[in-house]
Design a protein around this ligand. Structure first.
Ligand code: FES
Ligand code: FES
Length: 165
């Protein structure tokens, strides 16, 4: 099988991989880099479960070639937490019980993280639009939207300052 050497920056680390030339970014993340948090779904660009951030923007890793991502910062769900501290989105999803089977959640977390970076005060409509490409078969979406709103509230500078007193 023909392989190619690729240099990727994933979750802040420079990684060199030798991967089959036909492997998508999703396959390279999971199989060559050992990062199974990004999930296989439809592999047709329809479910959003494979969402990762590339240069801060959500992309569908099942449709991306790793070589297109060389030199750009890739963030997977494994890179959201800061050490032992969960990302505020992860914390809010856990507190509100927003996941059921959980399969779709990494994709939602990354789409939401990209939204909150751009829009600290998103409306419910903006949250729905930003996550429209992420499908969930279990939850009915309400608790996911509420968790994103809770995280947004906690991440705003005013919330951090008042928490510090
Ligand atoms: S697995 Fe990529 S969109 Fe479904
Ligand atoms: S929690 Fe099961 S698909 Fe979303």
């Amino acid at each position: 099988m023909e392989k190619t050497r690729i240099h990727l920056k994933v979750n802040g680390e420079d990684r060199e991989v030798l991967a089959p030339v036909h492997h998508t970014l999703l396959e390279v993340l999971r199989e060559e880099l050992g990062l199974p948090g990004t999930k296989h779904g439809c592999e047709l660009g329809e479910c959003g479960t494979c969402t990762v951030l590339v240069s801060g923007r959500p992309i569908l890793s099942c449709l991306a070639l790793p070589v297109e991502c060389e030199g750009r910062e890739i963030t997977t769900v494994e890179g959201l937490a800061a050490g032992a501290a969960l990302h505020p989105l992860q914390q809010a999803f856990a507190e509100l019980g927003s996941a059921q089977c959980g399969y779709c959640i990494p994709g939602f977390l990354l789409s939401a993280a990209a939204l909150l970076r751009q829009r600290p005060h998103p409306t419910r409509q903006e949250i729905a639009e930003a996550t429209a490409g992420n499908l969930c078969r279990c939850t009915g979406y309400l608790k996911i939207f509420e968790a994103i709103e809770l995280a947004a509230e906690r991440m705003r500078p005013s919330a951090t300052e008042s928490a510090r007193g």
